[in-house]
Design a protein around this ligand. Structure first.
Ligand SMILES: *Cc1c(COP(=O)(O)O)cnc(C)c1O
Length: 963
């Protein structure tokens, strides 16, 4: 070996592969023995059908170590040019309070958590989300708000769909004010057309007139308008109501600290973005969108809603309210497909409000408003006129023939401003603008010095009502208090930094620190989505490279990174199929076949894309019933638009007939949409193209290491075969975002949640093609090891032809109900006493647990989980055999809290030790669930979704307990 080769070997560019993959070489051999295989190759041969094997990975890179990958991403971030972007349009500079930056955004205790379906071990993030909901309710003046939506544009679209579905019989006309943000209007257009909603734009001055003439089912206005004009919207809301329409208002949260909230003016629904509450611009996302509604609409809310209930001991405890109402669970009857939302960003925004409190927020808003008035004064002094005198933070200066020169001069001075037509410039102020910068801007406008003011918030629109009066927003203002509050919440929860989260279908793999670090590089964090693209060269280079790698992974010709969740990818992919059929003169094709085993987002997305869902059967082994599929495909032949199929199946099996299934659809002129949630079982071994699909989405927050954030953010890019490439999404404001022939945007931002793309980039860069393939093999091994070790204790529901499972396995728990009355939920809750998050419960099969260990878990951690499950099985047997009480046993009473176990009275027939320390190793790092089992029914009957009445609420609970 030459010394240079020796040096290269010692660099160890493959080190990350060994860090990411849990089991060592020696352990892999041991585990292979347990599953009855001699090599990974042999195991894959028995698992993945030969007919679909083989991928071309030439586009994928060689592995790279952490230091080199971080350096590469830093260099990319530094190719972005950071200017002070005063463009506005729903995206504003903001200071992320350092205490929140480090302890939430950069803290795995928060970012690696899962969606809070297991409420007892998610009380921390549930409390933060109740704070978010309270903040949104207070600021908008409406009583009920959800726990985040994907962005402002889609939140407006969700509001419109909500109005359309609750307002049946009111027709299909939607009136939209012209001064809504242009990207919101574009998203609304895309969403409206397939479901037959007719969008009518109206100038603000003509709004009342158009409403009276059109008799729409809903009206959408922006408050303040996109170029900053602040008008009294009460008359528009009244006009909407007079015409029988619902009034939807897209509002700015910071403005709402100073101006009359739309709820007080009668608005029915208020939407918007919480980005400027401490969440970096990040080239457009991720940010938490919000939606608030009147009482009467709360049961139709899209997305998730957190509510306060009680636990088994009668203490207040939070959980997702109306859980079965989560829209996509209603499948083809859903009016929204939202699953992954923006929890981490909602938590950040809520913490920003906790940190600043109502007075702090008002001060920030007043400063921004004063800056706008001073700049307006400077513009007047410089001889310009203002387009409007009523504004909060954004002014429009009539710059006439000097527009180009002024835009240029501003750019040279370090500012991005917004051009409004040919003859005007909008300037949007924010909390990051310094006095010196304001002086520079004033000088640019020709003012001698700062001082004069003009315009501002008109008297009639000053906010009179108090907001954020709850204790939490008025307590944690010292940094120590804030630090400890966030830590207290974090400690209540189970995240990946505590133990494995073996959630089938959700792929809770390692979110490596090296992948996370670049997210907060200033060169990525500080870029406005509508900044000139020549300032975003680093982003574009990263995006193009990631697209190329994902083309390599999927075998497809083109990728769009715009969809900001898997559900949005499904929707975008189906719209691409729809556009393709239309382009070929086959726009009548509208039938979408979906196997009964599909995830609920699939039918929900199909309906949103204007398709009719036809459910096809599954056989006893959980596979697509090919005969039924063939019959239904033939029956709908000329009208067949698409099949949506998950591969490997949601039952964790590689169906042998997948190519045949795709051929059946193609023979009838349909397209095959593959739900890519299970890509962790494909990468490097097979691909969506290899199985015969035309389009798929990937969940970068599953397969490609973006953390789940407690329920978001996510990225759901779609890959398409060449014939669909002209029909990918695009964006009206950024040509680079998609093909000119595309159907429009599905997200407000051109590249969706661009700021978290460095995570997946870093993952692929560090693993390289060989590491990615190895990860898939070990993911399959870990699942099969789990199945092999648990099969004598729990029946494994489905297996492939040669007895193997894919990357996940389903444990059948239905049999325990008969013998001992033990329900699957009891097992899930008992796992909490061991410090584990339960596997996916009762999906896709009711009464089962679906375990997906991922490649990242070490053998030691798998063994710990296996021991816990076996120990739980022994408890079940004790109940079945009558050695333990049927009603009063550790399973039924789980989880056990510290207060209960250390209480003076202990009446259960089993020991305190068995309750809290069922296995010796539990003692070493005991996790204490903060509450006992949460009562869902009580919470849904007594819906409380804000934190203001907590003490009040505790009082009523005590009263009722006493009764
Ligand atoms: C996670 C998942 C989805 C939805 O993805 P989101 O990012 O949550 O919208 C769809 N299908 C399957 C099978 C999934 O597991």
């Amino acid at each position: 070996m030459s010394t240079l080769d020796e040096l290269r070997a010692l660099e160890d560019q493959g080190e990350f592969i060994r860090r990411h993959i849990g089991p060592t070489e020696a352990e892999i051999q041991q585990m292979l023995t347990v599953v009855g295989c001699t090599s990974l190759e042999q195991m894959v041969g028995r698992t993945v059908p030969a007919g679909i094997r083989g991928v071309d990975f030439s586009a994928l890179p060689a592995p790279m170590n952490e230091a080199a990958a971080i350096a590469e991403l830093r260099a990319l971030s530094e190719r972005n040019i950071r200017k002070r972007s005063l463009i506005g349009m729903g995206y504003h500079g903001t200071h992320t309070p350092p205490v929140i930056l480090r302890n939430i955004l950069e803290n795995p205790g928060w970012y690696t958590a899962y969606t809070p379906y297991q409420a007892e071990i998610a009380q921390g993030r549930l409390e933060a989300l109740v704070n978010f909901q309270t903040m949104i309710c207070d600021l908008t003046g409406l009583p009920v708000a959800g726990a985040s939506l994907l962005d402002e544009g889609t939140a407006a679209a969700e509001a419109v769909t909500l109005a359309h579905s609750t307002h049946k019989g009111k027709g299909d006309v939607l009136v939209v004010a012209e001064d809504c943000h242009p990207q919101t209007i574009a998203v609304l257009r895309v969403r409206a057309e397939p479901v037959g909603i007719k969008l009518v734009l109206a100038a603000p001055a003509k709004l009342a007139e158009v409403i009276a003439a059109q008799k729409p089912f809903a009206v959408v206005t922006q408050y303040p308008g996109t170029t900053g004009a602040l008008r009294d919207i009460a008359p528009e809301i009244q006009a909407a109501h007079a015409a029988g329409a619902l009034a939807i208002v897209a509002a700015d949260l910071l403005a709402l600290t100073l101006v009359t909230p739309p709820g007080e003016m009668g608005a029915d629904i208020v939407v918007g973005s919480s980005q400027r509450f401490g969440v970096p611009l990040g080239y457009g996302g991720p940010h938490a969108g919000f939606i608030a509604v009147k009482e009467a609409l709360k049961r139709s809310l899209p997305g998730r809603l957190v509510g306060v209930s009680v636990d088994a001991a009668g203490a207040p405890a939070m959980r997702l309210a109306l859980q079965t109402r989560e829209q996509h669970i209603r499948r083809e009857k859903a009016t929204s497909n939202i699953c992954t939302a923006q929890v981490l960003l909602a938590v950040m925004a809520s913490m920003y409000a906790v940190w600043h409190g109502p007075e702090g927020l008002k001060r920030i808003a007043r400063r921004v408003a004063l800056q706008a008035r001073m700049l307006a004064g400077a513009a007047r002094e410089g001889g310009f006129t203002l387009r409007h005198d009523s504004f909060f933070d954004t002014i429009v200066v009539e710059t006439g023939a000097r527009t180009d020169a002024l835009m240029e001069a501003a750019l040279t001075a370090g500012f991005n401003l917004r051009r409004v037509g040919d003859n005007a410039i909008a300037i949007s102020l924010d909390e990051t603008v310094t006095r010196a910068e304001l002086a520079t801007l004033a000088k640019l406008l020709g003012a001698a010095e700062l001082g004069a003011t003009a315009g501002g918030i008109p008297d009639g629109l000053n906010r009179a009502s108090a907001f954020l009066t709850a204790e939490v927003f008025n307590t944690h203002h010292a940094e120590h208090a804030m630090l400890r509050y966030m830590k207290r919440l974090e400690d209540k929860d189970v995240a990946l930094n505590r133990s494995m989260i073996p959630l089938g279908s959700c792929t809770m793999k390692l979110n490596a620190t090296a992948e996370m670090i670049p997210v907060t590089f200033p060169g990525f964090a500080d870029i406005h989505p509508f900044a000139p693209v020549d300032q975003a060269r680093g982003y574009l280079a990263m995006i193009r490279q990631l697209e190329a790698w994902l083309c390599g992974v999927t075998g497809f010709a083109a990728v769009s990174l715009q969809p900001n969740a898997g559900s949005q990818g499904e929707y975008a992919g189906l719209l691409a199929i729809r556009a393709y059929h239309q382009a070929r003169g086959e726009g009548h094709r509208n039938i979408c076949l979906i196997p009964s085993s599909a995830h609920g987002t699939n039918p929900a997305s199909a309906v949103m894309a204007g398709m009719k869902v036809v459910v096809t059967a599954c056989d006893r082994d959980g596979n697509v019933d090919v005969d039924d599929l063939r019959a239904k495909a033939a029956q709908h032949g000329p009208n067949l638009a698409a099949l949506m199929v998950t591969y490997p199946s949601t039952h964790g099996v590689y169906e042998e007939q997948i190519r045949e299934i795709c051929a059946v659809i193609h023979d009838q002129g349909g397209q095959v949409y593959m739900d890519g949630a299970n890509m962790n079982a494909q990468v490097g071994l097979t691909s969506p193209a290899a199985i015969g699909a035309d389009v798929c989405h990937l969940n970068l927050h599953k397969t490609f290491c973006i953390p789940h954030g407690g329920g978001g953010p996510g990225v759901g890019p779609i890959g398409v075969a060449a014939h669909l490439a002209p029909h990918l999404p695009n964006h009206p404001l950024v040509a680079e975002a998609g093909p000119a022939t595309g159907f429009g945007p599905v997200s407000a931002a051109p590249f969706g949640s661009a700021a978290i793309l460095p995570i997946s980039y870093a993952y692929i860069r560090m693993m390289g093609g060989e590491g990615l393939t190895r990860a898939t093999e070990v993911a399959i091994l870990n699942a099969n090891y789990m199945a092999a070790r648990l099969r004598d204790h729990f029946p494994i529901l489905y297996r492939g032809g040669q007895g193997m499972v894919a990357h996940e396995c389903i444990l059948d728990c239905r049999g325990f109900q008969q013998g001992g009355g033990v329900m699957v939920e009891d097992i899930a809750k008992r796992l909490q006493d061991y410090g584990f998050h339960a596997p996916t419960m009762s999906w896709p099969v009711s009464g089962t647990l679906m375990v997906e260990p991922t490649e990242s878990e070490t053998k030691a951690e798998l063994d710990r989980f296996i021991e816990a499950m076996i120990s739980i099985r022994a408890e079940i047997r004790a109940v079945e055999q009558g050695r333990m009480d049927r009603a009063d046993n550790p399973l039924k009473n789980a989880p056990h809290t510290a207060a209960e176990v250390t209480g003076t009275s202990w009446t259960h027939p089993y020991s305190r030790e068995q309750a809290a320390f069922p296995l010796p190793w539990v003692r070493a790092a005991k996790y204490w669930p903060p509450v006992k089992r949460v009562d869902n029914v009580y919470g849904d009957r007594n819906l409380v979704c804000t934190c203001a009445p907590l003490e009040e609420y505790a009082a009523t609970v005590t009263l009722q307990a006493a009764e």
